[in-house]
Design a protein around this ligand. Sequence first.
Ligand code: HEM
Length: 205
Amino acid sequence: MRMLLRYKDGDRVNHWIVALLFLCAGLSGLAFFHPAFYFFSALFGGGPWTRILHPFFGVAMFLGFVGLFFRFRKRNVWKARDSAWMRESKRLLRGDEDGMPEVGKNNAGQKLVFWGMGICLVLLLVTGVMFWQPWFADGFPILARRIAVVLHALSATVLILIAIVHIYAAIWVKGSVHAMTRGTVSEAWARKHHLVWYREMTGDK
Ligand code: HEM
């Protein structure tokens, strides 16, 4: 089977570091979001340690995503064919992928995931810093901090939902996980899911 390179070694290491930090930041954050999730604090050495570590996990995840941003920003630029893809996306959900507009290296759904994650992470960083005790919180008025707490929880919720869609799609499209574990995809996978990219890579008309 002929294979095409989709993610370089550095791309994959960067991706899995961000995924791991997302788990750490997410589970430690949920631990003090609601008592029902407090048991997650056992993973991080108890309540006080969870509280100390959570903002550092968050900052590290943000910095990790900055790496992903510079690696993948070009392939996620929105093009006219992406708007057409979005308009037809109901077909995909019905299982009619062959009836969809042609796709480049990433489809419109992947691009929305990429930009959505980026926006949520910027919001999480900015709002998180605003109520990070004892370092920065005292520099902000109480009303601003209260608004920041709500926006922090909202953007975390959206990021978790986007990650669920992302992981579901990665497992649903057979062969995608191989791209992020081994770096390569089969030519047949590329032709089926990313025809324009397949042509660019192989010169096949
Ligand atoms: C267990 C969890 C995860 C799995 C199984 C997973 C799987 C994958 C796979 C298979 C791809 C390649 C898709 C393709 O090229 O068709 C990918 C790309 C990507 N993932 Fe994940 N992922 C996970 C968690 C995360 C998390 C938590 C984040 C960020 C917070 C993330 C951000 C990204 C980004 C930015 C890309 C690159 C998309 C692009 O090419 O622009 N992933 N992931």
